[in-house]
Design a protein around this ligand. Sequence first.
Ligand SMILES: [Zn+2]
Length: 120
Amino acid sequence: MKKVQFAFIGAILGLPLSYYFQSDYVKSKVGGMGGYLKNFGDVVSNSDLVGNVILSVVIFALVGGVIGYFVDENDAKNTKMLNTSGSNQNAEKQTNFCPSCGGKIEDGETQFCESCGTKF
Ligand SMILES: [Zn+2]
């Protein structure tokens, strides 16, 4: 469920980044991002400016949600791939034992037991 986290992070980032949604007049008046954040309380309480803040938060939350959605999808794919390769490895590592002496047979192709020489 990364999309919820990413949407939340996006919404948080949307607060300072709403600076870029404000008009050039506002940008020059606050004197850059630092001044914007210093005066953020005034920005939010200004009915003309708070709309852009909300817009920015919503947009970045959506962007974060979409990124999170793809991260979720990717994680699901990776988990599936890990599971498949894991089961393949188990199949390859399957060991046989000699029916005569119980010795481990490392080579699946071999015809004779390395320990006791029994023919399979
Ligand atoms: Zn044997």
